[in-house]
Design a binder for this molecule. Structure first.
Ligand SMILES: Cc1ncc(COP(=O)(O)O)c(C=O)c1O
Length: 371
């Protein structure tokens, strides 16, 4: 067995997730929905190749992700450079590599796309009036809907192809109404653009589909239904849909395997359990205790008590949970194995820095890995 910590990803679970989502979407929307996997969630070769075979498109955030897709033989026409923050040189690089779809949210970015990727198809990201998600984007991305209208008209005038409006309701979004709000706003934009003679091919409803961690989440199918219903209500029948999930395709397909490094009682009497995985080598989404992972040990069934859970580095912020109530077996000892289910998304891809000399999280691809 490899030394912990490591992540095991089960590609067949990713396939099942993809098919379930595609099924839920097409059941309610006849012209079909394009599923665009957000590569950043788990940029694992086996996952990308499998999803390519399933007919997915890919949301890429950087030149590095474009290179990874082309190395795997994924057609550039299936990629969308969805990060609104990008250098001109990287737009030109993507265009030279065959990428023809880009997202943007400022006039500056739009002008640079028109210059370095002439004729490309563009999606304008607006800030939907949706409730906050568990790991929110805040106002980092997205213009107002009014500005999106102006910029998409401008895109047409610059010789670009208008893809359509685009919103992302924040990652791990637990409220299906978030998409109803976004789709309604997008519908207003689609109609306003039609009045200008611009036909929108598809509305991009982004990612954000949640999965269950310690806190249960609505099934992706329930979100898909909310999207499809609101699309039927607010969008012209001929307008397609694009959905851009990351977490919902890979989250439940991965399990982190870790080990207890030590257990200590602090002067205030609180029990601290130190794991060999922390904020810097995979558990970045515990920042602000946003995502509450579950812990599975071989001592489950023994009496439990509250514990602070921390990572292995010398850094004071490398604490996973100190406000969230985590109950762990009182018998837990150094050397015990700990499994952390549903860690397929945003774990290995965040652990890219060897902070304190701890190596990035390694990834193994397996047959069956679910807790
Ligand atoms: C542009 C874009 N699309 C899609 C996603 C996927 O989001 P999620 O994993 O919440 O589905 C992200 C996540 O950060 C993103 O930045």
């Amino acid at each position: 067995m490899p030394e912990t910590p490591y992540l095991v990803i089960c590609p067949e679970q990713v396939r099942a997730n993809f098919r379930a989502l595609a099924g839920a979407l097409t059941a309610a929307r006849t012209q079909g929905t394009r599923i665009r996997y957000a590569v950043k969630a788990a940029p694992v070769d086996a996952v990308l190749t499998l999803l390519d075979g399933e007919g997915a498109e890919f949301d890429v955030a950087s030149v590095g992700e474009i290179d990874q897709c082309s190395r795997l033989g994924i057609e550039a026409g299936k990629l969308c450079y969805g990060n609104p923050i990008k250098k001109s040189a990287h737009i030109a690089y993507a265009h030279a590599a065959g990428v023809r779809r880009f997202a943007f949210d400022t006039e500056d970015d739009l002008l640079r796309i028109a210059e370095h990727a002439p004729g490309a198809e563009v999606e304008c990201r607006f800030l939907a009036a949706a409730p906050e998600s568990r790991t929110p984007f805040g106002t980092k991305f997205g213009c107002t809907p009014g500005e999106a209208f102006r910029l998409l008209v401008r895109a047409r005038d610059l010789g670009l192809t208008v893809g359509g409006p685009y919103f992302h309701v924040g990652s791990q979004q637990l409220d299906p109404d978030a998409w109803r709000i976004g789709v309604e706003q997008a519908g207003e934009l689609v109609n306003a653009l039609a009045d200008k003679g611009i036909t929108v091919g598809a509305v991009n409803v982004g990612g954000g589909l949640p999965i269950s961690y310690a806190e249960p989440a609505p099934e992706p199918g329930a979100i898909a239904t909310a999207i499809a219903e609101s699309a039927t209500r607010y969008l012209p029948a001929a307008t397609g849909l694009i959905i851009e999930p990351g977490r919902a395709l890979v989250g439940n397909a991965g399990t982190v395997h870790a080990e207890v490094v030590g257990v200590r009682f602090a002067p205030d009497g609180r029990r601290w359990v130190y794991l060999d995985i922390g904020r810097y080598n995979g558990m970045a989404e515990t920042e602000n205790e946003y995502i509450a992972y579950r812990f599975v040990t071989d001592r489950d069934g023994d009496p439990v008590a509250e514990a602070v859970v921390a990572g292995p580095t010398c850094d004071g912020d490398d604490v996973l949970y100190q406000r969230t109530k985590v109950l762990l077996p009182t018998t837990l000892r150094a050397g015990d194995r700990v499994r952390i289910p549903h860690t397929g998304a945003y774990t290995a891809s965040y652990s890219s820095v060897s902070f304190n000399g701890f190596p990035p999280l390694t990834v193994h691809v397996s047959g069956a890995e679910r807790e």
